[in-house]
Every structure is written in structure tokens, then in C-alpha cells.
Design a protein around this ligand. Structure first.
Ligand code: ZN
Length: 139
């Protein structure tokens, strides 16, 4: 059975100009959170080591953009691997106040989000995330 037709694509890509507005994020705050966790995902404990160090993502719990307007502070940031960052942003992972990680897609996840003394997660932002995504999915 033939698969889907492969799109032709382009050898030479056209360029266009655009003006964008973006939120200025604090690299220092994101780096602090990632270092506090040694670039290890707080959900699955995966650390993506590479020759120059390790890769992790700083995930805002209450998003910075409108209409959310979350603060760019360490308490509103998680250190996650790319997969858990996407699942969290989609609302497929939620985190309870006791840091229990719940997956809406089923499957197994660590029972509790890992927290360290130098980086405490703001429970008010977890409430916002759960409320926002429960409204989006179950309204
Ligand atoms: Zn992970």
C-alpha cells in the first residue's frame, strides 16, 4: 500500500520580512532553575548529556504571554526535558499541590515532581495551570 505522497518542497526558499513583538525572558532565571536541577527533568529524571554539558528546558507554569501574564520568576518555572515540556504546555501533564504528577494520556510517570531546597515551585502557579487546562479540555 503506497504511503502519502511526498511534498515537493523547495530548493531555494523565499524570504519575507516581518515585525514581531516578543516577551523578553530572563535567561538568568531560566539558567538558575536548570542549574538547580543539574539540567535533569523534574518529572522523569532524564538528563540529556552532550559534549558541551547537558540540555534541559525551562518551562513556565503560568505562561508569560497574554492573557496569562505569568511572572518570569524561578517559582513559576520547571526544569523539564523537551517531551515533558510539550506535554506540560499542552495540559497533558498536570501537577497537584503535593507535587503528584498526573497524566491525562495515561501511561506511567514519576509519582511526584522532584523539588530541591534551592528551587521551590509556586503552588499558586500549579493551581493556575490545572485550572486553565481543565477549563480548556472540559468546558
Ligand atoms: Zn522528562
Amino acid at each position: 500500500m503506497p504511503g502519502p505522497r511526498q511534498p515537493e518542497g523547495q530548493q531555494a526558499r523565499a524570504r519575507t520580512s516581518a515585525t514581531i513583538q516578543r516577551i523578553v525572558r530572563s535567561t538568568a532565571v531560566a539558567d538558575f532553575v536548570k542549574r538547580a536541577h543539574d539540567y535533569t527533568c523534574q518529572v522523569c529524571d532524564i538528563r540529556l548529556a552532550n559534549p558541551t554539558g547537558a540540555y534541559a528546558e525551562a518551562a513556565h507554569i503560568q505562561p508569560l504571554g497574554r492573557p496569562h501574564a505569568g511572572p518570569d520568576i524561578a517559582a513559576n518555572i520547571l526544569c523539564l526535558c523537551p517531551n515533558h515540556h510539550v506535554l506540560f504546555d499542552l495540559g497533558m501533564l498536570t501537577i497537584e499541590d503535593d507535587l503528584t504528577v498526573t497524566s491525562r494520556a495515561g501511561g506511567s510517570h514519576r509519582a511526584r515532581l522532584r523539588e530541591v531546597a534551592s528551587h521551590q515551585v509556586g503552588r499558586e502557579y500549579l493551581v493556575y495551570h490545572r485550572t486553565h487546562h481543565s477549563a480548556a479540555y472540559f468546558a
